[in-house]
Design a binder for this molecule. Structure first.
Ligand SMILES: Nc1ncnc2c1ncn2[C@@H]1O[C@H](COP(=O)(O)OP(=O)(O)OP(=O)(O)O)[C@@H](O)[C@H]1O
Ligand SMILES: [Mg+2]
Length: 248
């Protein structure tokens, strides 16, 4: 469904992604694991197309030069130059890191806004699905999102991405800052998504432990370079992964 070939991303002369490649099959949950500044967000921004807008904005401001080489294919089509808004229409939806939500609006309003590209009836239906997936959000429907806990905001952020009806959902560090219990809840929700709706998911994380058991395939990146690939269980059994991520 998704193929990334020979991806290189430079910010000025700094190389954020170095000859990165990956493949995601329909219905899979694929993990991209790496520590801070490994290149996870740069990859997610490249998959969603945000990097194109960033590049244009920087150019206009006379700011830093962002250079992207390589190819992104979605269902066989070269989308490397496709703008993010067009990618959303094709079904590629990114849930950005650190749960960006509209803090002044309540939960229901946030979910409605996330569906602005959809018909009203569709929004109603998917909003209901989001509440089925995250029942903890139900009593918070009219709570201002900015007043909710980090975990609640993260559930909302994932919910908002779902209201856009993705075929390919990109989750950039959804577990960041969450308690182990909240992480568990979110991991279960993602598993539920896969089982129920067959949505294809790419999830980036620095926490390997909660993520590896749920992924079909994973890519480990360090300093923008691919260091290891394998199925979730292969990676879990790998001594290098154990040493780097499990502290054993
Ligand atoms: N807009 C930018 N301008 C300059 N350098 C950047 C920019 N965005 C990212 N970088 C650099 O690119 C590298 C990869 O950053 P990136 O944000 O993709 O990492 P990450 O894996 O998402 O890290 P984190 O876990 O902290 O979110 C880092 O060295 C970072 O400093
Ligand atoms: Mg990041």
């Amino acid at each position: 469904m998704l193929e990334v070939q020979n991806l290189m991303v430079f910010f000025e002369n700094a190389l954020a992604l170095n000859d990165f490649g990956m493949e995601v099959r329909e219905g899979q949950v694929v993990g991209v694991i790496g520590s801070n500044s490994a290149g996870k967000t740069t990859l997610m921004n490249t998959l969603s197309g945000l990097i194109i807008d960033m590049r244009i904005k920087e150019k206009r401001r006379g700011g830093e030069r962002i250079t992207v080489y390589g190819k992104v294919l979605f269902k066989g089509e070269d989308i490397t130059k496709t703008r993010p808004s067009e990618r959303v229409k094709k079904g590629i939806v990114l849930c950005r890191e650190r749960h960006p939500i509209f803090p002044e609006s309540d939960v229901s309003q946030n979910l409605q806004m996330a569906g602005y590209l959809r018909k009203r009836s569709e929004i109603r239906e998917t909003v209901k699905e989001v509440f089925d997936l995250f029942p903890a959000l139900i009593p918070l429907k009219s709570r201002k999102a900015g007043f909710m806990s980090g975990g609640e905001q993260q559930m909302l952020a994932v919910g908002m991405a779902l209201v856009a009806r993705p075929q390919l959902l990109l989750l950039d560090e959804p577990l960041l800052g969450l308690s182990p219990m909240m992480q568990h809840l979110l991991v279960d929700a993602i598993k539920g998504l896969k089982a129920k709706s067959g949505i294809t998911v790419v999830i980036s994380e620095q926490f390997a432990r909660p993520v590896l058991p749920m992924i079909d395939f994973g890519y480990i990146i360090e300093n923008g370079m691919l260091t290891l690939t394998g199925t979730g269980s292969e990676l879990m059994d790998n001594p290098e992964v154990k040493a780097a991520y499990f502290g054993i």
